[in-house]
Design a protein around this ligand. Sequence first.
Ligand SMILES: C[S@@+](CC[C@H](N)C(=O)[O-])C[C@H]1O[C@@H](n2cnc3c(N)ncnc32)[C@H](O)[C@@H]1O
Length: 191
Amino acid sequence: MQSKPFTKQRMKIIPMARGRVLEIGIGSGLNFKYYNNISEVFAVEPDGILLEKAKVRAQQNNISLNIQQISAEQLPFEDDFFDTVISTYTMCSIANLSLALNEIKRVLKKEGKLIFSEHGKAPDVNIYNWQKRLNPIQKRIAGGCQLDVNIPVVIKDSGFETLSFDSMYIPGPKFLSYHYWGTATIGQENG
Ligand SMILES: C[S@@+](CC[C@H](N)C(=O)[O-])C[C@H]1O[C@@H](n2cnc3c(N)ncnc32)[C@H](O)[C@@H]1O
């Protein structure tokens, strides 16, 4: 997650964040240094050890972090609260992703944006078959990570109206490196 290709992905999307920001499954806070003019970040993170690391990293990056140790399936925020929700490499780990995306939709303002970079289902049948084969091991050793999530389909199926994304293999093992990144909005995209 700290390798150069993953960092490059973070640098493509994090500067797009605007206004009041929520990161779901923030991990150890690897995105902090790529925010542009954002001084406060809300976050949820179920893992207590990662949460403590994120607090330290927030301080190092002069970010005021408002973090809670909970899962994204039940967000403790009122409706229409955030301008931006960020998910980087978290959708693969969320047990009930549809529920979490519904929550994200609820807490996003109508003109707000979900900004994401995720690894997911590879377009090549061979690689996809490997992803399916490796899923049980990956889930066990990588915190529930599922390799073959069809990220755009899941986002679209959760009711986001506009989805704008790119996809490609980034350098690395192919079963883990097919990437989807972009933005999703509830209403029509308005720049
Ligand atoms: C691969 S890590 C990515 C961390 C971070 N977003 C990053 O970009 O480095 C996956 C993260 O998702 C978190 N996670 C797992 N299940 C979750 C859930 N149900 N809701 C929110 N976060 C979850 C994990 O604790 C972990 O921090």
